[in-house]
Design a binder for this molecule. Sequence first.
Ligand SMILES: [Zn+2]
Length: 147
Amino acid sequence: MISTSDEVLLRRAIEIAAHATTLGDAPYGSLLAGTDGTILAEAHNTVRRDNDISAHPELKLARWAARELDPDTAARTTLYTSCQPCGMCTGGIARSGLGRVVYALSTAQLVELNPESGAWPTVAQDGPALFDAARVPVDDYYRHHRP
Ligand SMILES: [Zn+2]
């Protein structure tokens, strides 16, 4: 359920997306807010500028939160973003322990506006293989590092 105060912060994420285009960057913006609506950090897409496929704003904020916030604080944040997070960012958000995501455009709506946004190929993955060899470093690591 998206509240009126969510919409205020979502509009700010859309402003960040619009501002990104004035800098020559792609039109995607996000922010991370605390429970009282305080904005903790903002980011926009800098994939072209940084020549970095991972420079999505959602992933930048997830990485920032994992690095700068303790887990309890991170769990009480909400990520507001102009578009629904892609698969890469969804994985980063899950690992960062953020509490909630609120987005404006869905992936389907974005693809309708720009069909190239959904044109990612599926890369073949072959495996599992070599279990007896591959398990050794994992077994060794967790035998010595388990709390
Ligand atoms: Zn993404």
